[in-house]
Write a protein that binds this ligand. Structure first.
Ligand SMILES: Nc1ncnc2c1ncn2[C@@H]1O[C@H](COP(=O)(O)OP(=O)(O)O)[C@@H](O)[C@H]1O
Ligand SMILES: [Mg+2]
Length: 298
């Protein structure tokens, strides 16, 4: 699906007959939006982000015409297993919001519990505030955020959460916070923190990729690096990814697994050809099935 949007004469969002959202002109040229669009699958994610960005733009246009506005709270929860694209999407979203002049810098600061939680009283607030400071103008992406509530009543994780919430109010206009992690853990985390529920109204699910999507991701990754698979290699990877999705577990890595496979095969390809006297363009381009690592070792 295309994540593009169009505004009708009245300023509302209109869909064309294919139910595609057409992008407003100024965002159509945004390289970050195109990159987001080029990600494999993630249709629901793209749709939600298209709605949010369209909504923000329309609010701005309404403000210009002295119509009532209702600013949207953009803080989000990204729920999904590792390798489902959460960090990638967050990074691109930062750039898109920067293109739209909603965030002044649009960078992503990825933090985890150890970056936020300190060892003595007062240390946590200090560490967390430092991370917030570095995130201003962009996105603070808290990975495995549920670990902030796993230490019980006396754990400093709670102080980190309280400090984040306070900073979100203080920097309402120039900071986006995204909490990310496994779906069930994140649901529990948000449910057990009454203060978080209303402050993080947007929840986006990142489902596991199916074997076809993982294969398309492999093609995309080779293309990005200017490599191609030959037919035997394509066939072998397809077989392998079908097997991988049949017996995977939540930690097996989704697209990250594919990235490891692609990168390893590129190194093995280099080893195969490095000592040849003469290398054609094709020799340098094509990954053969013999370049694939033993699949159990990835
Ligand atoms: N839909 C996708 N299309 C192409 N590449 C993807 C896609 N999803 C993830 N990737 C790639 O897979 C790797 C892992 O993704 P990442 O965003 O780090 O996952 P997560 O943050 O959910 O663990 C990255 O190299 C990323 O570019
Ligand atoms: Mg990540």
């Amino acid at each position: 699906m295309q994540i593009s949007m169009k505004f009708s004469e009245s300023g509302s969002i209109s869909s064309n007959c294919n139910k595609e959202l057409l992008l407003p002109k100024n965002l159509n040229d945004s390289a970050s939006f195109k990159e987001l669009e080029s990600l494999i699958g993630l249709d629901e994610v793209k749709k939600t982000l298209a709605e949010l960005t369209a909504y923000s733009l329309v609010q701005r246009k309404r403000e210009e015409k002295q119509l009532k506005t209702c600013p949207i709270v953009m803080h989000m929860v990204f729920k999904g297993n590792p390798g489902t694209g959460k960090t990638t999407v967050a990074r691109l979203l930062g750039k898109v919001l920067n293109d739209m002049e909603i965030l002044s810098k649009g960078h992503l600061l990825e933090v985890e519990r150890a970056d936020l939680v300190g060892e003595y009283i007062g240390h946590t607030a200090q560490k967390t505030r430092e991370m917030i400071k570095q995130s201003l103008g962009g996105i603070m992406f808290v990975d495995e955020a549920y670990t902030l509530s796993q230490g019980g009543e006396k754990d400093f994780g709670r102080e980190a959460v309280a400090t984040i919430v306070k900073s979100m109010e203080d920097h309402r206009n120039n900071l986006l916070v995204i909490l990310a992690g496994y779906s069930s853990e994140m649901n529990r985390f948000i449910a057990s923190n009454p203060g978080l529920k209303s402050r993080f109204p947007i929840h986006i699910d990142f489902p596991d990729y199916n074997d076809d999507e993982l294969f398309q991701i492999a093609v995309h990754m080779y293309e990005e690096r200017d490599y191609q698979m030959n037919n035997r290699c394509r066939w072998k990877i397809k077989q392998h990814l079908a097997e991988f999705t049949r017996c995977r577990h939540p930690h097996s890595g989704n697209a990250r697994y594919v990235r490891n496979l692609v990168e390893k095969s590129i190194r093995l390809h280099a080893l195969r050809v490095v000592n040849r006297e003469y290398l054609t363009r094709k020799d340098l381009l094509l990954i053969d099935d013999t370049d694939l690592p033993d699949m159990g070792t990835i």
